[in-house]
Design a protein. Structure first.
Lengths: 113, 112
């Protein structure tokens, strides 16, 4: 499978715990994006990487959220001290250039109890 | 802020009929538009895209129309099939920006 891969597919955690999600983009894509999607809504942009550089962060990305892409390949999104409002689908996408379509993974569904 | 939105949250279509899904956008600086299909439990899947220097683009069973005068985008699906049942999102991107901005989506249900 050469698409965008995300792990885990589902995560259930208790409020206050930390969680980390992983994204493996399409191998030749150097642009990687994280989005968040709540039920009935379209995806909302969180952050963007070009290679290993994080070039843009949404104001939705509070201090409890951190994303990395250390070697310009896979990326991780960590949420510290999770809150119930963090419950959502976290989507990763990649693209070859900034002006082309994004390819999305299947997402990580987070439920904070 | 400016946003992309869809006219109708739901659309019910008879199998075999053509579907038209509409989308209005407010940012005149947007130069790239894209339609995604999302099935339950899956990530958005690319359908078709169009740049602002075009007003129509065709794919397999799908056509996207762009009317920049009224800032309107539509997706036409020919001979709708049960597998077309999904949520459809339009998204737009500003010149020089990195991110796509999505609307709320239209849920299409195909009746047998």
């Amino acid at each position: 499978d050469t698409g965008v891969s995300q792990d885990p597919r589902h995560k259930i955690t208790k409020r206050g715990q930390n969680v980390t999600f992983r994204c493996d983009p399409i191998s030749e894509h150097n642009r990687l994006y994280w989005y968040r999607q709540t039920l009935g809504q379209g995806p909302e942009f969180l952050t963007y990487f070009q290679n290993e550089a994080q070039l843009e962060k949404s104001r939705l990305l509070s201090d409890r959220f951190s994303a990395e892409r250390p070697k310009g390949s896979f990326s991780t999104l960590e949420i510290q001290r999770t809150e119930q409002g963090d419950s959502a689908m976290y989507l990763c996408a990649s693209s070859l250039t900034a002006n082309e379509k994004l390819f999305f993974g299947s997402g990580t569904q987070l439920s904070v109890l | 802020g400016e946003s992309v939105g869809l006219h109708l949250p739901t659309l019910s279509v008879q199998e075999g009929d053509n579907s038209i899904i509409n989308c209005a956008y407010s940012n005149s600086a947007s130069d790239y538009f894209i339609w995604y299909k999302q099935e339950s439990g899956k990530g958005p899947q690319f359908i078709i895209d169009i740049r602002s220097n075009m007003d129509k683009r065709q794919g397999q069973r799908v056509t996207v129309l762009l009317n920049k005068t009224v800032k309107h985008l539509s997706l036409q699906i020919a001979a709708t099939q049960p597998g077309d049942s999904a949520v459809y999102f339009c998204a737009e991107k500003n010149i020089g920006d990195y991110k796509l901005s999505f609307g709320a989506g239209t849920t299409v249900t195909v009746r047998a």
